[in-house]
Every structure is written in C-alpha cells, then in structure tokens.
Design a protein around this ligand. Sequence first.
Ligand code: ADP
Ligand code: MG
Length: 317
Amino acid sequence: MGRIAVLKGGNSLERQVSLRSAARVEDALERLGHEVVPVDVGADLVERLTSERPDAAFIVLHGVGGEDGTVQELLEILGIPYTGSGVLACMRSMDKVLTKHLLLEAGVPTPEFFAVGETAFKRLGAAGVLPAMEERLDFPIVVKPAAQGSALGIKFARTAADVPGALVAAFSYDTRVLLERYVRGRDLAVSVLEGAALPVVEAVPQEEHFYDFESRYEIGRTRFVCPAELPEPITARAQALAVATYELLGCDGVARVDIMLEDATSELFVLEANVIPGMTDTSLLPQAAEAAGIAFEALVERMLELAFERDAGRATV
Ligand SMILES: Nc1ncnc2c1ncn2[C@@H]1O[C@H](COP(=O)(O)OP(=O)(O)O)[C@@H](O)[C@H]1O
Ligand SMILES: [Mg+2]
C-alpha cells in the first residue's frame, strides 16, 4: 500500500468540481488501504511534493493547469508516477483546435470548424472573414474557447447578430476561439479505460436545450442513461471512434470522449476528449465503469496501478 498524493482544487474555473471528485477518490483510496496525502494545488505544490515524497500522485484537476500538461510536467521532473495521460496527450486534448486537426488527419469525423485567434481580430482584420465562415457553417453556430471545459464560455449563435457577443464571451476564456457547425442530435460520452471503450452514456438535458455548466453537475437537471439506448451498430461505432481518439491523442489510463449523434443522418461526430474526467457521483466515467461491472473503488485502484505500470515500463526502456 502506498502513500498517494491526491492533487486537487487548483485555481481553474473547475475548482469546485475537482474538490468534489477528489473527496470521492480520497475516500476510495483510504478504503483500499492507501495513505492519502491531500494536496490543494497552488504555489507550494513543488515544495509539498518534495517534502511529502509520495509514491504516486492521483491527479484530480480539471481545466487549465491540471489537464493541460503543466502539473504532469512537474511530476515527470520530480520522478513521481502519476495517474492518467502524459504531457503530450494532455496538451493535445486540452486544445480543442489541435484535437480537431488531429481527428481530421486521422479521418475521425468532427464537426466542420474554423479557429481564430484574438490577434487575428486585433491586428489582421479577421472580422472581415466572419461572413464567409458563417456561410460555410450555417446557423446556428457554436462558438467556444479552444481551451477550457465544462461548457464554460460556449455560446450558440442563432444569427449573425449573435456572433460578436459570442466571440467576446469566448475570448474572455481563451485567446483562441472555435466556430463550429452545430450538430442537432444526442449528446453521447464514451469513456475509455486502458484503451478499451466502456458502455456509452447519453446525457439527456431535462430543461434547457443544451446542458450548461450548472445543470451538468446538479443532480436531477441532466438525466444520464447508461448504457445509452442506441442501435447496436451506432454503439459499436461510437466506441470505435472513442478508442481511435484515445489512441491518436496518445492517451494513457483513462479518457472520456464527447460525441454528438446527429438526428438527421445518424452520423457520429467527435467533439473533444477529456484526459481527466470527473469523478463526482454524477460524473460519466464512474457511471460507465459501474455499467461495465467496475465499481468506483476498483476503477480508482486500476487507475493507480496503471500509473505504476507506466513508470515501471519506462525504467526498463
Ligand atoms: N458542434 C456542436 N453541436 C452541438 N452541440 C454542441 C457542439 N459543440 C458543443 N456542443 C454542446 O456543448 C457541450 C460541451 O461542448 P464540448 O465541446 O464537449 O466542450 P466542453 O465539455 O469542454 O465544455 C457538448 O456536450 C454539447 O452538448
Ligand atoms: Mg465536453
């Protein structure tokens, strides 16, 4: 049994979700007989890790700082094994624009999109290409920051008049913004554990048209169906696309891939991948694992074992 540092909190916008995920993970680790060292990630992170000398780090951080490779990079330098994906996969999945280019390159369907940086607007007159983008994508258009998660900063522009406001909102979260074709359809999530897909989860919003940051984490405002009620070929294809995404991003351990199933065509489109999926009691990875017969504790234990296995594998290279 090891001494496990649970890295949580941080100052990202998803701090509260992280703390809730971490509480469950800490509980599970203790029940499994590990010694838990809770670490609220901040300016003293390196100092804490250096003095506590944990055997491994269980990362339960979401968003910028935790999911983008920053913390992973420090753990590499300190030689501490850690759960989940390595630095490169974190960088690839945190940046939705990069993810989408990699998906396109690999032939994995993703909604048509354009990406623009703040400097293109400020210095290159990018506003001049908005009409061309709007024509290509057709309304409604989804406007979202390249980085971030949990639906923060995502807006749906119904007409050209909505676009400037949506851009301003998205640019308040990141310097690069994505304009994406709106896929009318069902919201699916496929978690991948050790390279194998778990049962598909469907998120069914109960009130709003689109489930926003609040409803996602408030019990009762989104209904989750797992396994999703889908024709078998669609389930199989969603799982294959999720595994392909996990592999092309170079993920390790776990990832959750968000996919839209288009009503009109029954086509699937990959939106993004999350390398540090939520672990709260309404989160999708634990639900999917449960549906596959993997209880929360077993999931946590396996994620930890994989961290040690990767570390051991590296030592022999
Ligand atoms: N192109 C799109 N078409 C339809 N719905 C979308 C589209 N992009 C995002 N959404 C909706 O917004 C949610 C969040 O978008 P996503 O790209 O997964 O970003 P994040 O989860 O990082 O906030 C999706 O689960 C989906 O419900
Ligand atoms: Mg998502």
